[in-house]
Design a protein around this ligand. Structure first.
Ligand SMILES: C[C@](O)(CO)[C@H](O)COP(=O)(O)OP(=O)(O)OC[C@H]1O[C@@H](n2ccc(N)nc2=O)[C@H](O)[C@@H]1O
Ligand SMILES: Nc1ncnc2c1ncn2[C@@H]1O[C@H](COP(=O)(O)OP(=O)(O)OP(=O)(O)O)[C@@H](O)[C@H]1O
Length: 287
């Protein structure tokens, strides 16, 4: 048996998200600032003598073939032509699905980097990012592993260093379908492009999430949670297309105090913002 490699797949926040247009292929141009969280999934990889990709456990109500972990492994197998071995993958899922925290995209990126290492492929990060982009707009930022400004459809990435504050993340009891939000006629798509400033961290009322108004209209649970969080601490924002919302704090204890006070029926957690991905830190330690 080959040794098992266990790696993190961190969640992300969109500290803001402006939608600046829509391309002919339906994808939207946007400007966003990504930061990782010290909270996420964990994946274990073990090479085996077979040829296929096996994933456990099954996610309830979800077709395993549609899991981005399996899709990422298969995409890499076809990219390199002849996979050297089979692989068995265990996914410890903690990031809520459909929450705007990028869990599926992060799982896919961790899979690409793990198999690049285990199969001894030595593919460059640029190559892995372009393989990842075919799986989802958010995958490249997880492959590159640094907090970043993203433009284009999310694939044009510039490293950024926002303040590594603490975040309270609330998980309203609903899941939001990203494609439904992007295709909705009432989504606003006309934010004026802003200039990237290296020191900027999105912590300003001029910056917002353009999906927020529509998501609140379609998902009252998100609107209620946002209203509550704003009444408690002023700042609160949607991440991605939701459903999760977050608020930033200079200290962990400040965030935990608000978490303890949350309305019943809403889950949540407190995590630190990270500009360097724990996945990349772990891979460097293992070198
Ligand atoms: C909103 C963000 O979460 C911001 O981080 C991402 O841009 C969404 O990334 P994602 O979940 O990886 O999304 P994808 O799986 O690539 O796309 C899901 C669906 O969202 C729409 N979509 C996504 C990204 C984008 N820039 N424009 C779009 O219109 C497309 O209809 C697509 O079919
Ligand atoms: N391993 C996985 N973990 C989570 N979702 C997955 C996974 N594999 C496939 N998916 C599918 O991908 C969709 C998007 O997953 P992901 O967690 O990346 O997005 P999200 O949390 O909605 O964030 P965003 O709004 O930023 O796209 C899920 O709703 C689910 O249908």
């Amino acid at each position: 048996m080959s040794p098992m490699l266990t790696l993190p797949a961190p969640a992300k926040l969109n500290l803001f998200l402006h939608i600046t247009g829509r391309r002919d292929d339906g994808y939207h141009t946007l400007q966003t600032l990504f930061q990782f969280l010290d909270f996420g999934d964990s994946l274990s990889f073990q090479l085996d003598s077979g040829t296929g990709v096996r994933l456990s456990p099954d996610l309830p109500g979800f077709d395993p073939a549609e899991n981005l972990v399996v899709k990422a492994a298969n995409k890499l197998r076809s990219y390199i032509g002849s996979p050297p071995t089979g692989v068995t993958i265990h996914l410890d899922k903690r990031i809520p699905m459909g929450g705007g925290l990028g869990g599926g995209s992060s799982d896919a990126a961790t899979t690409l980097l793990a198999l690049n290492r285990l199969w001894g492929l030595d593919l460059h990060t640029d190559e892995l990012a372009s393989v990842g982009l075919e799986l989802g707009a958010d995958v490249p930022v997880f492959v590159r592993g640094h907090a970043a400004w993203a433009e284009g459809i999310g694939e044009q990435i510039t490293p950024a260093s926002p303040v590594e504050d603490w975040y309270l993340v609330l998980i309203p009891p609903c899941t939001v379908n990203t494609a439904q939000i992007f295709r909705h006629e009432r989504l606003t798509r006309n934010s004026k492009p802003i200039r990237i400033a290296p020191a900027f961290d999105g912590n300003h009322s001029d910056y917002r999430n353009d999906c927020e108004a529509l998501v609140c209209e379609l998902y009252p649970a998100v609107e209620q949670a946002l209203q509550w969080l704003r009444s408690e601490c002023g700042n609160a924002r949607l991440t991605g297309t939701g459903a999760c919302i977050f608020s930033r704090f200079p200290t962990e204890s400040g965030a935990l105090a608000v978490l303890r006070n949350r309305p019943s029926g809403i889950k949540g957690f407190v995590a630190k913002g990270l500009n360097s991905s724990p996945l990349h830190n772990r891979l460097t330690e293992l070198l």
